[in-house]
Write a protein that binds this ligand. Sequence first.
Ligand code: UD2
Length: 296
Amino acid sequence: MKILVTGDAGQLGSYLVGELSKGHEVTGLDLRKPEHPAKGVRHVCGDIGDYRLAMDLCRHADAVIHTAAQVSVDRSVSDPVLDARENILGTLNMLEAATKSMVSQFIYISSAATYGNPQKIPLDEGHPREPLSPYGVSKLAGENYAFAFGATYGLKVTAIRPFNIYSVRQDPDSPYSGVISRFVGRAKAAEPLTVHGDGTQTRDFVHAGDVVAMIGLCLGNPKAHGQAFNCGTGKAVSVNQLADMVIKLSGKKIGRENYESRIGDIMHIIPDISKAKKVLGYRPATDLKKGLAEFF
Ligand code: UD2
């Protein structure tokens, strides 16, 4: 199959193209040059908002996997217009190009942030979606557009809603990286861990490799068409528990600094992943302990 992956220089995209290149002809589209280029993958430097480029690439693709996005909740709060441009208009552009090029499947990487604060835990895919942050709104808009293209133009769409993705490929120095990369980076530098709020907020941390596995299960699978799937491990860990684990693994005496809660921060979020287990046969393979050990 010929597959176009947007965001191949990103954390998830870089693992994804590596895996897909084993059995498919893969092209990656990203603004940045990949730090971990995969053998046999053609990389194109460019913007998902560039319609002519998107058309050129989609014309040669059987499937599009859209991972490119502005991924930081915090950044979406400080620059909501940039967030909307990348996550809404960028997605819309890719959907338009994919539809006009008659690709056979469009896999949209959505986000758990589209749910907002849960009304019940664990959250299944039918849970109301009331995002708290501009990021949650933009990812939800992208997902709604994707399904609308399915309903209106017959594009075969699958949405995957990852919870908190982590891996050693996330940049620890970026202020917009996830909490695991931030904590590990600081622990390695023997600096105190920065805890926002009281640290009792919980997350389900899912290894990038497990998200890649779910995408693989959706690709070319008619049971995935028109469907959305939660992607996590089904287990919640608090930010305080995470800090304990990172400090223990580092083997150093490291303190913590408490800061104000972030605006738009969700308190508790745990997915129900039974739909993905039942429909796709998805089984998360990396638990947090094993995943964190990779960093040290
Ligand atoms: C993550 C993803 C987002 C989306 C969402 C789905 C990143 C950067 N963002 O948003 O794309 O998929 O999950 O649920 O991966 N925190 C600290 N100290 C730090 C950094 C963070 O206490 O130095 C806290 C933060 O306030 C939050 C939690 O850790 O309560 C997780 O923050 P995050 O930035 O890793 O990810 P989140 O959940 O905002």
